[in-house]
Each structure stands twice: as structure tokens, then as C-alpha cells.
Design a protein around this ligand. Structure first.
Ligand code: ADP
Ligand code: LRH
Length: 483
């Protein structure tokens, strides 16, 4: 039949969800069947994801999904990028580290000593982030962590392995390892995309080539759920796991309801990913200096963007206040912040000092003091300062994306949890001087659903056709710029 339902498993840095997506001719509806927090754990050796807790929640979510929709067509996993597990046979060697763990500094230094960043950028097109997988693997190697490992799986591929027994590397997420070649040709109506594992680079970095599994593209079938998994979630008929843009940002960009090539996007969650979609990468020295990335998109598109520190500044501040026993509700804080009329301190949200977990309000105050800026006094002042500073960075990043890629930007889309933040959306409109279209909130899960639906023959056509479906089903909220 022409309509059907698939399950999207979307793991964000702050929370995960399992959603049912019903897709048919001019039809797109999602409903959550499970939501759960993603709470990292610090042990004596560093900061980790609680991957087994996440997996248990995924299984419970799939159980609910199958109960509500016995005719489920398929399921697919996406998550945050760059992080991985090492395996020996079927056994996971240690609990995956969190990309905010501080162990990677040594890996950055040793990697750049072997291959300077300019050369890395020419080959992989990736912005410098200290936690890119290649630096994590260098740190791992120095600590002897690669000894005995026969496979490296990125987080969505790890869950895929547990669900199906198949070891693959989905290409959009693999592009964030820094170990794939970025292609500079022009695709045929498609993007030029990303190529294969860069064997020469992998050899120069002294990494074992054999740990990297075969690459698969979004839309391909990974395999059927293992019988014991199917039993555990109560599936009575065969259920396939499909590859989607397993990098959450790749799936989010699929579901940005952009109408033309003059649209830019901000995927606003824990991070804010700010940029445009291109068919071929920008690898100029200016682009490298501005730290823009060319990540792998679905259908070989290039996600040309920069990581902006994002709502992490806010969520981590709220965690500090919670620990101090002064719990605030987010809607209350944002409403108060919108009422601030006095001067607002704008600081550089991308100071690396903000990357690691810790007392964020104290760090922001220290940063302001050290840079001769007025120190925000109250929590409300601090929240206003964070939102204003984020919007300021959105505007300058969009200007840079436009200049570096030669794209003229006339509309800015904001998707993800941050698209609910009215103050942030309005300030972004004001500071860019451009209309902002906000939503959908669950863009990542929607992008996951759409690529599964296309693979199942429930939806058809290019990303543009899929985005038309999104725009019809989730009409965005408009913000016009004010002076
Ligand atoms: P991630 O995928 O990184 O886990 P999300 O896209 O789920 O992130 O976005 C989480 C962020 O969304 C939170 O940090 C918060 O700032 C914002 N958010 C969530 N709910 C609301 C709300 N009701 N109003 C404004 N902002 C919200
Ligand atoms: C957003 C995200 C981002 C990466 C970061 C590690 O969730 O995937 O695109 O840079 O997490």
C-alpha cells in the first residue's frame, strides 16, 4: 500500500526518543512513543555516555512502537556524531567516552605532528574540533586502547550492531571521523559527497585500517532484527533496520523546510549547527581559517556549517543552579530574560573554556571579566546574555557562510529544541536582518523517518520533494526582523 509507518530512534546529547512516523501521499505525521534523558556518567577514567541505559530505553521504545503499530515497516537510528565503541568480536571493549571528555588534547597534538591541519582539511574538509574521532583514536592508541580491538563502530552503528548483528559505517556520520575523503567533483543532480575511508591517511596516523567497517549510504537496508531482539521487543513479523543520515545533524538538515538555495539553517539543540547545504565542498584557506566544516549530507549533499556552542551554555548553567539548590524552570527564565531592558553583555560563546562540563555561570562570568565585559549579575541577566550572544554568533556565522560559499541568504530556518525559544528566534531575525522560519522542533526524527519512508517506497523524490512534505505538515512560525 502507499502509506505506512516506520520508527525513528533519535539520540540527542541531552535526550533520546523513539517516534512513530506515518508517511503516505501528502501525509507526514510523527508521534513519540518514548522519551528519555541522556545522562552522562563520570567515572575515575573520565566522562562516558551511559550507552547501556540508552540501549535499554531504545528497546523499551521499540517495544511500545511495535505494540502500537504491529505493521511497522522498519526502524533506523541516528545520534550525535564522532563518538564510538571499540569491539573485539561481539564484545564491547570499555564504555564509550563522551566527546566532552578532556582526554583528546594529547591526540590533537600527536595527530597534527604527523599531518598538519591544512593537509587534513584539504582531504577531509572538516572543521577543527578537538573531539573529532581521529583525535580521539590517536589518544586511544597512545593509551593502548586500540590493542585487541578488531572493530570501531560509531554510536548509531553500535546500536545497529546490537540490534541486527551487522557491522557497518553509515557514511554521513563516518564523515565526522575525519577519516573519509571529501569529493570535489560535481554529482549528477546529487551532491559530490564523501568518498571512502582514506587508507593513506589512516596509515600515516598509525591507525589499524581493519577496524573500520564497510561504508553504507542512507536508504540502504542494514539487516533484520536478531531473533532474540525481535522476541524482546515483541515483534511478531520481520523488522528491518535501515540506514538513514545517522549523524543527527544530517537527518535534521533533511527535514529543514527550505524552499530554495537562498535558505540557511540553524539546527539548534545542545549544539547549534549553522550553515547552508551545498553540492560540493568549500576547501579554501579562508574556509579553514574560519573553521567551517564540510560534513556528509544525505544524497551526497555537503553540510557546510560551523559548530556554535549552542544551548549547552544554558542547559549547563541550569544544571549548576540545580546543584546549588536554586531550581529554575526554563520557560520562566526565558520569559524573564525577554523582559530585560538594560544593556546586555555579548560574549564569545565559542570560547573553548565552555566545552567541558562544569560551573558554567562561573565560567561565563570569568570570561566576561577577563575580556573587559560587564559581568551579568543575576541568573536572568546571564540567560539574556547567553541568548543574545548566541544570536549574535548565529548572525556572524551566517554572514561568513554566505561569503565563503558564495551563497546569498534570504531566509534563515531554525529547527530543533531551540526553535521553541522565541527570544532566540526573534533576536536572530533582528541581528541577521532576515526573516526567521522556526520549526519543526523534531526535525532530526522527521529526517530519519523520511529517509526510511523513501527506502520503503512510501515517499519519493529528491530532498526538495521531501522538504515540501515537511513544510505542509509542519508550517513554520515566522519572525520578521525589527531594528
Ligand atoms: P539535542 O538533540 O542536542 O539533545 P534538542 O534539539 O532536543 O537537543 O534541544 C534541546 C534544547 O531545546 C534545550 O537545551 C532547551 O534549551 C531547548 N528547549 C527545550 N524545550 C524548550 C521550550 N519549551 N522552550 C524553549 N526552549 C526549549
Ligand atoms: C549534534 C552533533 C554535532 C556534532 C556534535 C558532536 O548533536 O552531532 O553535529 O558536532 O553533536
Amino acid at each position: 500500500s502507499s502509506a505506512g509507518t516506520v520508527a525513528a530512534i533519535d539520540l540527542g546529547a541531552s535526550s533520546g526518543r523513539v517516534m512513530l512516523g506515518h508517511v503516505g501521499h501528502n501525509e507526514l505525521r510523527l508521534r513519540p512513543v518514548a522519551r528519555f534523558p541522556n545522562l552522562p556518567v563520570r567515572t575515575i577514567d573520565g566522562l562516558h555516555w551511559d550507552i547501556l541505559d540508552l540501549y535499554r530505553n531504545v528497546l523499551a521504545g521499540l517495544h511500545s512502537a511495535v505494540r502500537e503499530e504491529p505493521g511497522l515497516r522498519s526502524a533506523a537510528v541516528d545520534s550525535w556524531a564522532v563518538d564510538y565503541a571499540l569491539l573485539s568480536g561481539q564484545r564491547m571493549l570499555g564504555n564509550p567516552f563522551h566527546y566532552r571528555d578532556e582526554r583528546t588534547a594529547a591526540g590533537v597534538e600527536s595527530t597534527h605532528a604527523l599531518v598538519p591541519h591544512a593537509e587534513l582539511y584539504a582531504g577531509n574538509g572538516l572543521q577543527f574540533l578537538p573531539f573529532n574521532t581521529l583525535y580521539q583514536l590517536a589518544a586511544e592508541r597512545q593509551a593502548g586502547g586500540l590493542d585487541g580491538a578488531d572493530t570501531m563502530l560509531l554510536i548509531p552503528d553500535l546500536l545497529g550492531f546490537w540490534l541486527t548483528g551487522e557491522r557497518v559505517a553509515e557514511r554521513t556520520n563516518a564523515s565526522t571521523t575525519g577519516l573519509l575523503t571529501v569529493l570535489t567533483g560535481h554529482g549528477h543532480g546529487h551532491g559530490s559527497g564523501h568518498g571512502e575511508w582514506d587508507d593513506a591517511l589512516i596509515a600515516r596516523l598509525g591507525l589499524p585500517r581493519s577496524i573500520f567497517p564497510g561504508l553504507v549510504d542512507p536508504g540502504s537496508r542494514i539487516g533484520s532484527l536478531l531473533p532474540e531482539v525481535a522476541h524482546e521487543i515483541g515483534a511478531v513479523s520481520r523488522l528491518d533496520l535501515v540506514a538513514v543520515g545517522s549523524h543527527d545533524t544530517a537527518s535534521a538538515v533533511v527535514a529543514v523546510p527550505m524552499r530554495d538555495e537562498n535558505a540557511a539553517y540553524i539546527s539548534s539543540g545542545t549544539w547549534s549547527l549553522v550553515g547552508v547545504e551545498l553540492n560540493s565542498p568549500v576547501l579554501t584557506e579562508e574556509s579553514r581559517a574560519a573553521n567551517f566544516t564540510n560534513e556528509g549530507g544525505v544524497d551526497g549533499r555537503v553540510r557546510y556549517l560551523r559548530n556554535v556552542m549552542g544551548l549547552w551554555l544554558l542547559s549547563e548553567s541550569m544544571r549548576s543552579w540545580d546543584l546549588e539548590g536554586v531550581a529554575f524552570e526554563l520557560p520562566f527564565l526565558l520569559a524573564q530574560a525577554a523582559q530585560v531592558t538594560g544593556p546586555v553583555t555579548v560574549f564569545d560563546v565559542d570560547d573553548p573554556a565552555f566545552l567541558a562540563p562544569g560551573d558554567m555561570p562561573a565560567r561565563i562570568r570569568e570570561h566576561c571579566a577577563a575580556h573587559g565585559l560587564a559581568v551579568p549579575a543575576t541568573p536572568v541577566d546571564l540567560v539574556r546574555s547567553i541568548i543574545e550572544s548566541l544570536a549574535t554568533k548565529y548572525a556572524s556565522t551566517l554572514r561568513a557562510a554566505s561569503e565563503l560559499s558564495g551563497t546569498s541568504i534570504r531566509t534563515v530556518h531554525i529547527v530543533g529544541g531551540g526553535s521553541q525559544n522565541e527570544l532566540l528566534c526573534q533576536l536572530t531575525a533582528n541581528l541577521t536582518g532576515l526573516p526567521v522560519l522556526a520549526g519543526p522542533v523534531e526535525a532530526t526524527a522527521i529526517g530519519n523517518v523520511l529517509i526510511q519512508a523513501r527506502a520503503q517506497g512510501l515517499a519519493h523524490g529528491s530532498l526538495e520533494a521531501l522538504r515540501t512534505l515537511v513544510a505542509q505538515a509542519y508550517s513554520p512560525r515566522h519572525y520578521e526582523p525589527h531594528a
